[in-house]
Design a protein around this ligand. Structure first.
Ligand code: 13P
Length: 264
């Protein structure tokens, strides 16, 4: 069996707990589950208790993710959340290295390495986001940036943890209202590079790590990414923040995936 197809949305700093619950309930009722296909939602921390409690009792099997996590087991880190706190909330997934964490909150690759070590030790799946800035793209060092991020972030992680890793390629210049989506031609070579770096780090297990694309994905362009042989799913922002938008983007993403499968 090949790599699973993984699709979901990061809510960033949006949604009250009540709004997350309404969203999650409607999504869980309407989303079609498919074999070897996994959906996820990543609400703010404050929504996690309520949403993960509902998730425990429904059949949709949508993963619930946290947007960040500190590396220390506990201590004087005002405003931070530890693995132990997230464990108590039944979180399935931790998003680490999002471009907004790196860019706006100065999260460095050595910080991320500590976070990944802690997250894997705690038994979490990690969705690790990597991607170059507009300047790095301009100077044609996207490949160097992405490889450096992966090599530092994953330094010292045993190959046994590769089965709990998902990597998202999110070029910084493609994210958010001011961003332009990358073209499939931009994405495919970087996805191949990510796969090669992961194989270098983890051996054959690295080739089984799902690689997602994120950045201004919407129902119109989703299939153009998921048809790519090295893209195994999507990390959606704004387009996934309504149930209608999530489902429309998901259906489009699946159509791209099906087209790729029919081409063999
Ligand atoms: P947008 O889809 O809104 O560009 O956001 C992408 C993203 O950052 C998801 O984490």
């Amino acid at each position: 069996m090949g790599r699973p197809f993984i699709f979901g949305t990061n809510f960033k700093m949006n949604q009250t707990p009540a709004e997350s619950v309404t969203f999650y309930r409607e999504l869980a009722a309407r989303v079609t589950t498919r074999p070897h296909t996994q959906c996820y939602v990543i609400p703010p921390y404050t929504s996690l208790p309520a949403v993960s409690e509902i998730a425990r009792d429904d059949d949709s099997q949508i993963w619930i993710g946290a947007q960040n996590m500190h590396w220390a087991p506990e201590g004087a880190y005002t405003g931070e959340i530890s693995a132990r706190i997230l464990k108590a909330l039944d979180v399935d997934l931790v998003l680490l290295g999002h471009a907004e964490r790196r860019g706006l909150f100065y999260e460095t690759d050595p910080d991320l390495n500590r976070k990944l070590l802690t997250a894997f030790d705690a038994g979490f799946r990690v969705l690790l986001a990597v991607g170059e800035t507009a300047d790095e793209r301009h100077y044609r060092v996207s490949a160097e940036t992405v490889s450096r991020q992966l090599k530092i972030d994953l330094h010292g992680i045993p190959a046994a943890h590769a089965s709990h890793l998902i990597v998202a390629y999110e070029p910084v210049w493609s994210i958010g209202a001011g961003g332009t989506p990358a073209s499939p031609g931009d994405v495919e070579p970087v996805a191949m590079l990510i796969r090669d770096v992961l194989a270098g780090l983890f051996g054959p297990a690295g080739r089984d790590v799902p690689v997602l694309y994120g950045g201004s994905v919407n129902p119109e362009n989703a299939a153009a990414f998921t048809v790519l042989p090295d893209i195994d799913g999507l990390l959606v922002g704004r387009a996934g923040w309504t149930v209608e938008g999530f489902l429309a983007t998901y259906e489009a993403a699946l159509a791209g995936r099906d087209l790729a499968a029919s081409r063999g």
